[in-house]
Design a protein around this ligand. Structure first.
Ligand code: NAP
Ligand code: 8YV
Length: 307
């Protein structure tokens, strides 16, 4: 039987490519020298496309694919996908929620502990021979009994909350809508929550609707003893303010997995000992990435099986 054509918009992990190629006649748009010319000639062949949160799918690309029925994206975030425009065109957009909850939540906890316990700074301290020279690093901060505010309490945020309880933290949260079925204290005002918290963890979607919600005022309210952790998207925080406040000490510490202009990270952060940096690794374990890849494939299969 002839395989259904599938347009792959950007590079994906080798396992996913293999699984797609087993089932579909995969064409890699990103390897075409003249992508526009290729689409002009071949676009009508593609009912299906695959992409990722890194590559995305914007309205201009949707317009170039008039036969498209489904796009299956690797990742849960939809901020790089024009879902509203796709829906208007009758195109299904599928993502990979839930399978990455545990590992992304674990990254939030890892960054929280790494930042508050100065793990990376102290690692450098040992490697530079400063311990051997008789120096003593400053005391770190504990998290037991501390109030931790979650900005976002969805699939991943709820898992983070459960893990924080095991560390003896007092979990509170801010979302647009108070959740009817949770007992954590709700704040409708993010500045107020930041003022009451030792730690803020951002785990809400990116995109225009949430741009800069963690503002300079919020970070100032968190204060010099406070720690900010971001496993959401770089865009949810005022990154300029974040860097300035970490430099001046008006914000204590940060653990950051995501940035506004990835893979470019504000260079000013490289010199700071009160920040732990990760290259967007929240879901990046062998186990979770395989589960996400399997979901990309099953989303396509379910669509074509009319499920
Ligand atoms: P989700 O289940 O849709 O939860 C999103 C939460 O954010 C909800 O509680 C929602 O509550 C809240 N929210 C939305 N807009 C808000 C706003 N303006 N202010 C405050 N809260 C707001 O999403 P999820 O599956 O947990 O994933 C969350 C995000 O994590 C993804 O969209 C993605 O960007 C990011 N992520 C990052 C990584 C990584 O590698 N670092 C991995 C996976 C996901 P309300 O609707 O009531 O406001
Ligand atoms: C991945 C993510 O890094 O799922 C998301 O929204 O940000 C992460 O899981 C990304 O999906 C890889 O494309």
């Amino acid at each position: 039987m002839q395989k259904q054509p599938l347009l792959l918009l950007g590079p994906v992990m080798p396992y996913l490519l293999e699984e797609l190629e087993k089932r579909y006649a995969v064409e890699k748009l990103y390897e075409e020298k003249d992508a526009l010319g290729f689409l002009k000639e071949h676009a009508l062949r593609f009912k299906a496309a695959a992409t990722s949160t890194f590559t995305g799918l914007k309205a201009d690309m949707i317009d170039l694919l008039p036969a498209l029925e489904i796009v299956s994206s690797f990742g849960v975030g939809t901020d790089s996908l024009d879902v509203t425009y796709a829906a208007k065109k009758g195109i299904r957009v599928a993502n990979t929620p839930d399978v990455l909850n545990e590992d992304t939540a674990n990254m939030a906890i890892t960054l929280l502990l790494a930042a508050t316990r100065d793990i990376v700074a102290n690692d450098r301290f040992v490697r530079k021979g400063r311990w051997a020279k008789g120096e003593t690093p400053p005391l770190a901060q504990g998290i037991e009994g501390k109030r931790v505010g979650l900005v976002g309490l969805g699939r991943i945020g709820s898992v983070v909350a459960g893990k924080l309880l095991a560390f003896g933290c007092d979990v509170v949260y801010h979302t647009r809508n108070k959740k009817p079925d949770v007992s954590y204290k709700y704040y409708d005002n993010l500045v107020e929550m930041a003022r009451d918290c030792a730690v803020l963890i951002a785990i809400l979607p990116g995109g225009d609707a949430t741009r800069g919600v963690i503002s300079r005022e919020v970070l100032q309210a968190l204060g010099p003893e406070g720690t900010f952790v971001n496993v959401a998207r770089g865009t949810v925080v005022d990154e300029t303010a974040l860097v300035e406040l970490l430099q001046s000490g008006e914000l204590g510490r940060a653990g950051l997995d995501v940035f506004v202009d990835e893979p470019n990270v504000p260079e000013a952060l490289f010199a700071l000992e009160n920040v732990v940096l990760q290259p967007h690794m929240g879901s990046a374990t062998v186990e979770t990435r395989k589960a996400m890849a399997d979901r990309v494939v099953s989303n396509l299969e379910n669509y074509f099986a009319a499920k």
